[in-house]
Design a protein around this ligand. Structure first.
Ligand SMILES: Cc1cc2nc3c(=O)[nH]c(=O)nc-3n(C[C@H](O)[C@H](O)[C@H](O)COP(=O)(O)O)c2cc1C
Length: 180
């Protein structure tokens, strides 16, 4: 089984970010989960939403050692759907019955694939992922970004994508079992 999976969240499936991750996903031969197909509701302090798709999705992701977070940059941040998903990880930290799932995120490697209309992914955007990975005990593996200011132009990113794909393939998480 491939050890990598991508979770994708954009306001449109076949926009810039969707096309970018389809290319990268094809190179890596991985599955791409579209968060818009999942019923994941915003964080609830009362935890009345535990029967939605969040916990089953987390269990699915935990079968993989490397998780690629894929989002366009909207207002210097991730898409709303990605933010909702990340907020829900708090359930895994606060609820006794879910803490085990949270612990299993440790030692996973997280990556970011993103698009925007700027030359680079802004630092505050990248830091939300890096800091979140660190808090969860995950490793940050790297990111790749496409500037789509003049539309989606894959030719400009061949080198960056090759580098990113190599980077993802290079990381061997030998120290953990698939379920760890
Ligand atoms: C609501 C919204 C907010 C955006 N905010 C930013 C931003 O803060 N910085 C930036 O460079 N581009 C921004 N953009 C441009 C998108 O990041 C860019 O067009 C991206 O490639 C869109 O990906 P998509 O087709 O998957 O939605 C924004 C676009 C939208 C629709």
């Amino acid at each position: 089984m491939n050890d990598t999976i991508a979770i994708f969240a954009s306001a449109r499936r076949n926009g810039n970010t969707g096309k970018f991750i389809d290319w990268i996903g094809n190179e890596l031969d991985i599955s791409i989960i579209d968060l818009s197909e999942k019923n994941i509701s915003p964080y609830d302090y009362e935890h009345n939403n535990l029967n939605d798709d969040f916990v089953p999705l987390m269990n699915q992701l935990l079968d993989y050692k490397k998780i690629i977070f894929v989002t366009p940059i909207y207002w210097y941040a991730s898409s709303a759907q990605m933010k909702i998903f990340i907020d829900r990880i708090a359930d895994l930290l606060y609820l006794e019955e879910l803490k085990d799932i949270g612990r299993r995120l440790r030692k996973k490697t997280g990556y970011v694939v993103c698009t925007s209309t700027s030359n680079e992914a802004n630092q505050s955007f990248m830091n939300t992922f890096k800091d979140t990975f660190e808090y969860l005990g995950m490793n940050y593996g790297g990111h790749v970004h496409a500037n789509c200011e003049n539309g989606y132009s894959p030719n400009k990113y061949i080198e960056d994508v090759n580098k990113f794909v190599k980077l993802v393939k290079l990381v061997k998480c030998k120290d953990i079992s698939p379920a760890a």
